[in-house]
Design a protein around this ligand. Structure first.
Ligand SMILES: Nc1ncnc2c1ncn2[C@@H]1O[C@H](COP(=O)(O)OP(=O)(O)OP(=O)(O)O)[C@@H](O)[C@H]1O
Ligand SMILES: [Mg+2]
Length: 236
């Protein structure tokens, strides 16, 4: 069943059209990758899903409910969490305060404490550094914090915008292991990446975006074998 179903999305920034009839779906339990070059519109898609950018036309259905015009904070409480491009942690707040903020849509303190414990289990480095100001964390640690903060809302689906950006190969592997682990624990994942090889290696299916249009879709394993994709995105 489609957890997320996007149909014919058209988005403009002023007179410039950033998305052209974008349609795709993410089924419950899948990892779906959205790949494309700089400026293709990947972040715009995620921002439209989370209510940060308005669409001119088209629809977004989540869990069978139309959320096209629903404001961002309500979307989080429906079970969708966003790990933004460039991490965007609150630099002047501690790791702990950042994580607590991720749970702002939840009420039950016991459940929040349980989720916090599970986030600290998954990211021991965040636990060690829980009182450190987020702005002083390394890039990799900030990425972990951004992921941990998203997990604090206990999402059904997590949208990740270029989690590997700017990280060393070793850390990229670590972040992808964590994405795999989050997925194995039952969270659906929509993954935006320029690192197409890595993204396709963990995804079930993928969509390729070029200048605001979906030009190709398929099983991730098939796209990894596709000659055009190899040339354009895998450097082969
Ligand atoms: N707020 C904005 N105002 C005007 N144009 C914008 C705005 N945000 C994005 N754009 C333009 O929309 C297009 C798509 O941008 P977007 O950020 O979605 O691309 P992207 O695929 O995420 O790229 P990258 O891989 O570099 O993050 C680009 O041409 C960009 O310049
Ligand atoms: Mg982007």
């Amino acid at each position: 069943m489609a957890l997320l179903e996007v149909k014919d999305l058209n988005v403009y920034y002023g007179v410039i059209q950033a998305l052209h009839n974008v349609s795709f779906q993410v089924n419950k339990g899948e990892v779906v990758a959205l790949i494309g070059a700089n400026g293709a519109g990947k972040t715009t898609i995620l921002h439209t899903l989370t209510g940060l950018v308005d669409s001119e036309s088209g629809s977004v259905m989540y869990n069978g409910e139309e959320i096209t015009k629903v404001p961002g904070h309500k979307i989080v409480s429906k079970g969708m969490a966003h790990v933004p491009e460039g991490r965007r942690v609150f630099a002047n707040m501690s790791v702990y305060q950042n994580l607590k903020l991720g749970a702002y849509t939840r009420q039950d303190q016991k459940e929040i404490a349980d989720t916090l414990a599970s986030v600290y289990d998954r990211f021991p480095r965040l636990k060690e550094r829980r009182n450190q100001l987020a702005g002083t964390l390394s890039g990799g640690e900030q990425q972990m914090l951004a992921m941990g903060r998203a997990l604090m809302s206990h999402p059904d689906i997590i949208l990740m915008d270029e989690p590997s950006m700017g990280l060393s190969p070793l850390l990229v592997n670590e972040i992808f292991d964590i994405i795999n682990d989050v997925h194995a624990n039952g969270t659906t994942v929509l993954l935006v990446e320029q690192n197409a090889k890595k993204a396709l290696s963990i995804a079930d299916r993928a969509y390729v975006l070029e200048t605001g249009k979906i030009v190709l879709e398929g099983k991730a394993s098939e796209l990894l074998d596709n000659d055009d994709i190899k040339k354009a995105y895998l450097g082969e």
